[in-house]
Design a protein around this ligand. Sequence first.
Ligand code: F6P
Length: 366
Amino acid sequence: MRVALSTGGGDAPGINAVIRAATLGATRRGWEVVGIRDGFNGLMFPDQYPQGNGTVVFDASSVRGIGYLGGTVLGSTNRGNPCHFPVEQPDGSVDYEDRTEHLVSLFHEAGIDALITIGGDGSLSIGQRLCQAGLRVIGVPKTIDNDLDKTEVTFGFDTAVFIATESIDRLFTTATSHSRVFVVEVMGRYAGWIALNSGVAAGAHAILIPEIPFRLEPVAEMINRRQARGAGFAIVVVAEGAIPEGGGRSVLGRPRGQAERLGGIGEQVARQLTHLTGKEARTAVLGHLLRGGVPTAQDRLLGTRFGAAAVRALEQGLNGVMVAVHELSMEYVPLADAIGRMRSVPLDCDTMIAARDVGICFGDDV
Ligand code: F6P
């Protein structure tokens, strides 16, 4: 058996633990492992790599010690979807080609029997297309946003929450000294898991998440009440995808062939809070800091379990499934059922209830 590993889309702390575990699990079974660089680019465009090496053979020694490293040793990309590949035309316009069949033939030519694709919704959807076109595929879900349906948790999320919490702790002390409002913008495109968990853990005073369209009047009232009680500072955590009531997501740009780039909501919220309260409000954008660096023990453990479970799926003869966490165990769900669906924060989950119990404001009237 020859197994390929690929990492696509935004990176997440814990990917290298997946790569290590999948490599060890496969090679211990006597299988060969090939890593594809930069999503599928290494296989599609080998000439773009030194000595034409767009793929790399992995064995126990090549993955030794990589589990604690952030990022992905294979590299990643969120451009050039092979199923919807952008091709620039002579007149400067862009047409899109479906290169799925071509990519599957490249896998077959390389003698690869199966692919373990480690990615978010985009990469898992590509995996599903490759599977339909005749490649054996196992998916491993990956996103710091923790918003993939069909798995209760994804690796990278714990690290993101840990770093966000630590950063909010630091902003607390300086906010207190200066009696300032701090608006902390964190990642979270469609779901507010990072904002909610880090905000509650750090004791933020308001949390704005995509699931609850917000108004700033209740937040301003909370800040004014605190001021009247002698606490002149406040921390507001806002997910990058949070939406003001009646408005839309704050978009920084729409790069060609990529998802729209979010950002700017923190600054907008700070400006309006200053207007409503008269207090100085500053913004800190944590952004990619939440995606980088050393994964927590939890994410290394989860990554190892995902990688090992992906290899067991191949051993069991499965195809077209995604590894998922369900009630602390690993299970396999059809890729087709896992893609294109978000896992939002349930507004009646215990963390939300606890947050309301301790008085955190969500920019609504509850
Ligand atoms: O999907 C994970 C995520 O962290 C989102 O929260 C964020 O919008 C996106 O990645 C940013 O991706 P990029 O690095 O490609 O701009």
